[in-house]
Each structure stands twice: as structure tokens, then as C-alpha cells.
Ligand binder design. Structure first.
Ligand SMILES: *Cc1c(COP(=O)(O)O)cnc(C)c1O
Length: 406
């Protein structure tokens, strides 16, 4: 008799940084994951917005296998043609001018924060300060957890990094007030839609980014957009700022860039283009032949109609939830396949296990916000199945909670 690995206790040798769910997956295919017993789950998480093309995408799998058997890593001491090609392709699709490659989202934001400081010092500002938002998430390194607007993530890690001031998300007036009183501001760092805090959109939608662009231009600040989660097609455009018809000065992205292969990028344009010079920044693993090959294969597939599909399926899913759940006081917000379903309860945390047992994987953020991040390749039939199954789960849950009549 073998016991499945998900029924054994987690060994104490693994640092307990995550409260893991008691399930392990052995195989994936598109929007579906299979556990050790062969049970099939509809995956609305995509590895937290990472596997935009779904699991085991054939094009990406073949590219990784071929590159792994050819050349994995040489270091940035030498030219890396695949890295140069990826920079060209990403700049073409984003409108940005230059790219730096790292391995994660936090690293991409660290580079952004370093750029803001270089920019400030170039202007003679000794204490360059970045405006960041409440409820934001930017990563777990010291600088990025300082930028993050969540006390739980910062607790125990003081002293935090200097040079950040916080304002409410979606509040241009608060930024004007900071501008009037603080001469050290050099940049604004913002997520187009706040992801980790449960898919929060601005009242003006992407028009908020337009207002931020205007205020940054007026004060000669860098507009730094964190598209680690919203990027690579997630919101129905390749990058979310493209909905607003603007260009940031600094763009960070990671999730979704390599469809699960760890790679991140910081892109610059405009007044941020010339800030990094040799010796100013680096990372051993950044932009390896293998990582760049994975990202190029991902980009090829995204440009082959997948981003447009995300826009269409996103509308279909949001409309479906509004029809099925609107009468129960459930709200829906988001763009493309980044969708928040907000339940009229204090906590919906227990819905995660109920859904998993019913064969649906989902994330609940900020106590009562279902955060849907399904693969961008979702078919119409899968989209309808997602809406039907989650709506049934939500209605049963609201009845059990006594929020609606049984
Ligand atoms: C996930 C995320 C990060 C951090 O990325 P890691 O790869 O986990 O370091 C930063 N910003 C946003 C908006 C994210 O969603």
C-alpha cells in the first residue's frame, strides 16, 4: 500500500511559510489539474496568474525541452541572442524602449525602485521617495514589502526601507496633497488592478492610469506600473495600461511571462530609459537562454489570439455571474480574466475547501473576494462551466451562511 503524498504530514524540514491545502497535483492540461487519485479539478488560479496559456502548453513545453537539451545558462558575461530577441519582442508589444530580465516579480519591482532612486539622485534629491498605494502588493523582499500596503506582510520585519509614502488607491486628490507638501517625490508605483488584495479596480477603471500619467508628467515623476499580475494578456490587452492609451516610464512584469518558467522583466521608456548603465544592476540567473526561450514561446502563443480570447471570455464570465448572482447581493469587478466576485459575507475563506472538494480550485482574498485568474485560453464551454459551478457553490454557501433564504 502506498499513501498519497497529500495524506502524509508535511515534513518539519520544510519552512512552514504557507498554510498549504491537503492536495497535490501530478499533471495538468489547459484549465484542468489532476491529483494523485486521478480526480480532475477546474483550475481558476493558473498557479496565481502564472500559467496564462494553461498547464502543459505544448508549444512552451517543446521550447523548454529543446532549449534544455541545447543550452540552459551561460551568464550575462556574454551576449545571449534569445535575451536580445525577447527584449526586442517585448518592447515591440509594450511600446517600451528597453528591458532588464530577472527571475521574479519582486526582483522586477526592486529594479523599478532602484531606477526611481537613480532618477531622484540625478535630479539632486537626496531622499528620493515613491508614492505607493493602500492595499497594494509588490512582493516580499525588504523594499517591495515596504512598498506593499498590507501591515500583515510587514509585521516583524522592521526596520522597513525608507523612501515610501502611502496614499489610498484610486485617490488622485491624495496624491496632489502629497505633491504639495513633499518635495522628495520622484515616482508613483501602482497596480492597474490590485490583485492580491482581491481584484480591486479604480472607479474610473483604467482612466485612473491616465490621471496618474498626467500627474506624473506635471510633477516630472516616473510613472511605474506594476503589471506583474495584470500583464501578459491577463486583462484582455497585452498590458493593462494599453486600455488607457498611455505608456509608463517603468513597467514591471513576471507572472504569465514564461507560463510557469520563472522569469521577470523591468522595462523602461521615456525619462527612465537611460538610468541603468554597466555595473548599476544585475543578477546571475536573469535572462538565461532557457528562460527567454520559454518566454518567447509564451509570447508567440499569447499573440496568436489568446489575449483577445481573454477579453471575450472575461466579458462572458462577468455577465454570467451578474445574471446568476446579482440578485443575491454579489458584485463582480475586473477586466479580462482577472475577475473578483465579492460576496456579501464577512468571510468566505471556507468556500475554498468546499469548492476544492467539488473539483474547483479558487482563491479567496481579503476575506470575501473570490479572485478568479483562469487560463487565458479558456473556451466558451469552460467559461460557462466555470460560471455555473462557482455560482452553484456560492448560492449553497450563502444559504448555509444564512445570508439568503434556503
Ligand atoms: C505576485 C506579485 C508580485 C510579486 O511577485 P513574485 O514573483 O512573487 O516575487 C508583485 N506585484 C504584484 C502585483 C504581484 O501580483
Amino acid at each position: 500500500m502506498t499513501t498519497s503524498s497529500s495524506s502524509r504530514p508535511i515534513p518539519g524540514t520544510l519552512m512552514p511559510t504557507y498554510a498549504r491545502q491537503p492536495v497535490a497535483f501530478v499533471r495538468g492540461e489547459g484549465a484542468w489539474l489532476f491529483d494523485e487519485d486521478g480526480k480532475r479539478y477546474l483550475d481558476t488560479t493558473s498557479g496565481i496568474a502564472v500559467c496564462g496559456l494553461g498547464h502543459a502548453h505544448p508549444g512552451v513545453a517543446a521550447a523548454i525541452a529543446d532549449q534544455a537539451a541545447t543550452l540552459v545558462h551561460t551568464s550575462n558575461l556574454y551576449r545571449i541572442p534569445l535575451q536580445e530577441e525577447l527584449a526586442e519582442r517585448l518592447c515591440a508589444v509594450s511600446g517600451m524602449s528597453r528591458a532588464f530580465f530577472g527571475n521574479s516579480g519582486a526582483e522586477a519591482n526592486e529594479a523599478a525602485i532602484k531606477l526611481a532612486r537613480l532618477y531622484g539622485h540625478k535630479k539632486g534629491i537626496a531622499l528620493p521617495t515613491v508614492i505607493v498605494m493602500e492595499n497594494s502588493f509588490h512582493g516580499r523582499t525588504l523594499a517591495t514589502l515596504t512598498a506593499t500596503g498590507n501591515a500583515k506582510i510587514q509585521e516583524g520585519f522592521g526596520p522597513l526601507v525608507e523612501g515610501f509614502v502611502r496614499v489610498p488607491f484610486d485617490d488622485i486628490e491624495a496624491i496632489e496633497q502629497v505633491a504639495a507638501s513633499n518635495p522628495n517625490i520622484v515616482a508613483v508605483l501602482v497596480e492597474p488592478i490590485q490583485g492580491e488584495s482581491g481584484v480591486r479596480t479604480a472607479t474610473k477603471g483604467f482612466g485612473y492610469l491616465k490621471d496618474l500619467r498626467e500627474i506624473c508628467d506635471r510633477h516630472d515623476w516616473l510613472l511605474m506600473i506594476d503589471e506583474i499580475q495584470t500583464g501578459n494578456g491577463r486583462t484582455g490587452k497585452h498590458f493593462a495600461y494599453q486600455h488607457a492609451g498611455i505608456l509608463p516610464d517603468v513597467l514591471s512584469t513576471a507572472k504569465g511571462l514564461g507560463n510557469g518558467f520563472p522569469i521577470g522583466a523591468t522595462l523602461v521608456a521615456g525619462k527612465a530609459t537611460e538610468l541603468f548603465s554597466p555595473g548599476k544592476h544585475g543578477t546571475t540567473y536573469g535572462g538565461t537562454p532557457l528562460g527567454c526561450r520559454a518566454a518567447l514561446a509564451t509570447l508567440d502563443a499569447l499573440l496568436d489570439g489568446v489575449v483577445d480570447n481573454a477579453a471575450v471570455m472575461g466579458e462572458r464570465i462577468m455577465q454570467g455571474f451578474r445574471e446568476r448572482l446579482g440578485a443575491y447581493g454579489v458584485c463582480v469587478e475586473g477586466a479580462g480574466l482577472m475577475i473578483g466576485v465579492i460576496l456579501p459575507v464577512a468571510s468566505a475563506a471556507s468556500l475554498v475547501a468546499l469548492a476544492r472538494e467539488a473539483g474547483v480550485l479558487l482563491i479567496v482574498s481579503a476575506e470575501h473576494r473570490i479572485r478568479l485568474l483562469p487560463p487565458l485560453t479558456l473556451t466558451a464551454a469552460e467559461s460557462d462551466e466555470l460560471v455555473a459551478r462557482i455560482s452553484d457553490l456560492v448560492v449553497d454557501f450563502l444559504k448555509a451562511e444564512g445570508v439568503v433564504a434556503a
